[in-house]
Design a protein around this ligand. Structure first.
Ligand SMILES: *Cc1c(COP(=O)(O)O)cnc(C)c1O
Length: 374
């Protein structure tokens, strides 16, 4: 099976891990700071605080802005469950805003959802394609909201040469195995230019405990153990050096697909604007309405041919847990996006022959599917 995404680990990565395993510090050592500095430099931000997952990072981002009961966060339903789950963990309420045809939050629909309880916007750069940062920042400024940007798909994405995540109050990255880079399978980070939010994040990451003199310490917040260890950070450092080559490879496959799929009658890929660079965590396609009824069959047939497609995402509000909390809801574009979307393999471990096989097989399978009435 060719998965929709996968990690790439080379000798250099392995050696970095082994070297750290043989060293004095498996956790709490210098690799953590080194990785954080490297992230800051890569992204052009002042502070980074690495953690054991992006879920932890999201939770801490929300804790750092002081989110609590009665507060609301406007977010997207087209994301992994963790984006909204971590809002719930603080006692606050996620409010779902509809998406545009590219799967990103529809910034035109945000303001209607803002009220006196709204504390933050939490958009996601879907698939690596950046949100409209200028409009989002304008809304945040006008209504005095924090921007907590879930950039889990977008490490290395850019708008006009500026790295995604560098303009939010807090941006979150994931180093899960199949995200743009990995730190031994799990990992995440928050980055920020705000010293106070950074200090708070560090506190929450490690039990809320600060060191005083000699053995004396104090606990001033109810914190967690969300630390990332040195072995993971050593891999992260090594992977970060390779990130640009990963993105180049994914972009080359995406460019091949774009060309090959031009004007096909079955689906449209998501267009990445010219002034934007995507990290291409995903290569999403949107099936024509007449094929929505056949999506399950198409999915199964592709898997049978060894093509590991996936659907990103079932809207968060459709999960039972959310229905129990908030009742049934339906956002028109979100519903349609979910019916149309398929992510096809696009990652740095593929070659052009894989890409050709995937493209040809996909078109072949769609060719023989009867269109449904719409
Ligand atoms: C993967 C992902 C997460 C969670 O990341 P973990 O590191 O696995 O906790 C959060 N948000 C989005 C958009 C993701 O894709």
């Amino acid at each position: 099976m060719i998965p929709y995404s996968r990690q790439s680990i080379n000798e250099e990565d392995i050696n970095a891990v082994i070297e750290t395993l043989k060293g004095d510090y498996l956790t709490g050592g210098k690799k953590v700071e080194d990785f954080e500095s490297a992230l800051c430099e890569y992204l052009g931000v002042k502070y980074a605080c690495v953690m054991n997952s992006a879920t932890s990072a999201l939770h801490i981002a929300y804790k750092s802005i002081g989110l609590k009961e009665d507060d609301e966060v406007i977010t997207t339903p087209i994301t992994f469950a963790a984006t909204a789950n971590t809002v719930l963990m603080t006692g606050a309420t996620p409010i779902f805003c509809d998406v545009k045809s590219d799967g990103n939050i529809n910034e035109e629909k945000i303001e209607a959802l803002i009220n006196k309880n709204t504390k933050a916007l939490a958009p996601v750069d879907f698939g690596g394609n950046p949100i409209n940062i200028d409009k989002i920042k304008e809304i945040c400024k006008k209504h005095q909201l924090y921007l907590i940007q879930d950039c889990s798909h977008a490490l290395g994405s850019e708008i006009d040469g500026k790295k995604v995540g560098s303009e939010a109050d807090i941006a979150i990255f994931s180093f899960h195995a199949i995200k743009p880079i990995t730190t031994c399978g799990e990992g995440g980070a928050i980055v920020t230019n705000n010293k106070e939010l950074y200090e708070k994040s560090k506190l929450f990451r490690s039990h809320g405990i600060i060191k005083k003199q000699v053995w004396n310490s104090d606990m001033i917040e109810l914190g967690y153990n969300y630390r990332l260890n040195d072995v993971a950070c050593a891999l992260g450092l090594s992977q970060l050096k390779r990130l640009n080559t990963f993105i180049e490879k994914r972009a080359a496959i995406a460019a091949y697909y774009d060309e090959k799929f031009q004007k096909n009658p079955y689906f449209s890929p998501i267009k990445i604007p010219l002034h934007v660079k995507s990290a291409y965590h995903l290569y999403p396609i949107l099936l024509d309405r007449s094929l929505w009824c056949a999506k399950e069959d198409i999915f199964i047939e592709l898997q049978k041919k060894g093509i590991g497609v996936q659907v990103h995402y079932k809207p968060t509000y459709q999960f039972s847990y959310y229905k129990n909390l908030f009742g049934e809801m339906k956002l028109q574009n979100t519903e349609e996006f979910y019916k149309a979307e398929l992510s096809i393999p696009c990652h740095q471990e593929m070659n052009m022959e894989h890409a050709k096989y995937i493209a040809d097989t996909l078109l072949e399978i769609l060719e023989k599917h009867k269109r449904c009435k719409t």
